[in-house]
Design a protein around this ligand. Structure first.
Ligand code: GUN
Length: 284
């Protein structure tokens, strides 16, 4: 029987601490501010954006909610980003991905002032993460690291397998585990003998977006299993990339979906916004 890693509880504790950080900045005349930009009407993105704005309200962070129609041109979006880059009340800019197909994600990410890049997706920030010298960490991998810390399980020297190689999760996740001295393997759709590779993992981090893809046969007895997935099963029910019911009896620790990684991602976004405000205010 695995211990359940409670993302809601870890999140609530961190957010409580952050309220103090926001109040301390406000006392110095700095009111942290986040601008969230959503292009189009993707229902999942709308939920994520709403939750981000709510988290700002909970912590006393000022938020701006920018909604643009699905047919927005790249030029118009870049113009908005230029305005937000120049707005001193905005410390963090988050453009919700994916963007409609007429807009290049990379062009938009590159246009955000790296000091306001609270997603840590800008090439300059990615480079700093690779070198291990950064101001911001991407929110989901940072949230996973905080969950791992909450278990007290040491990472150094462990076999870590990451399934998924996206720029948002898989690649930065692997780097953060490497910085913590894990032996890291990244798996993806072309990996041979995936189940066998996964069974080597002391820490298995799954970010592939396939409902209940990881089954008990792919998990080592006592492993820490972190599920980054947010999927719908054949009945439309929210579930993760891990078959929780099958894997839970075998794992040492496991994150549920919902209530695992999800709440942590937004909490780390709030942390990055506070950091951006602190750096902008000259207080380190
Ligand atoms: N879409 C899915 N995850 C993310 C994220 O972490 N940041 C942004 N901006 N968009 C996303």
């Amino acid at each position: 029987m695995a211990a359940i890693i409670d993302g809601k509880a870890v999140s609530a504790k961190l957010r409580q601490e952050m309220k103090g950080e926001v109040a301390a900045l406000q006392a110095k005349g700095i009111a942290p501010g986040l601008a969230v930009v959503l292009v189009g009407e993707d229902p999942a993105s709308q939920v994520y954006v709403r939750n981000k704005i709510r988290a700002c309200e909970e912590l006393g962070i000022r938020s701006q909610d920018h909604r643009l129609p699905a047919d927005t041109t790249q030029e118009r979006l870049l113009e908005l980003i230029g305005e937000l880059n120049n707005d001193p009340a905005v410390h963090g800019i988050l453009v919700q991905l994916p963007l409609p197909k007429q807009i290049s994600d990379q062009a938009v990410i590159a246009a955000i002032d790296p000091k306001k890049d609270v997603d840590a997706f800008h090439p300059q920030n990615v480079g700093k993460i690779v070198q291990g010298n950064y101001d911001f960490l991407p929110c989901t991998p940072a949230g996973v690291m905080a969950l791992l810390r909450s278990t007290g399980v040491p990472v150094a020297g462990k076999e870590c397998v990451v399934i998924g190689r996206s720029n948002i999760v898989g690649k930065p996740m692997a780097l953060l585990m490497l910085h913590e001295h894990a032996t890291v393997t990244i798996c993806h759709s072309r990996t041979r003998d995936l189940a066998e590779v996964c069974r080597r993992a002391d820490i298995l981090i799954v970010a592939i977006g396939k409902a209940r893809f990881v089954t008990a046969g792919m998990v080592k007895e006592g492993a820490v299993v972190i599920d980054v997935g947010m999927d719908r099963d054949e009945n439309g029910k929210l579930c993760g990339d891990v078959d929780f019911a099958g894997v839970e009896p075998k794992a040492g620790y496991i994150t549920p979906v919902p209530g695992g990684v999800g709440p942590m991602t937004i909490t780390m976004l709030m942390q990055n916004t506070i950091t951006a405000a602190r750096l902008a205010g000259g207080a380190v």
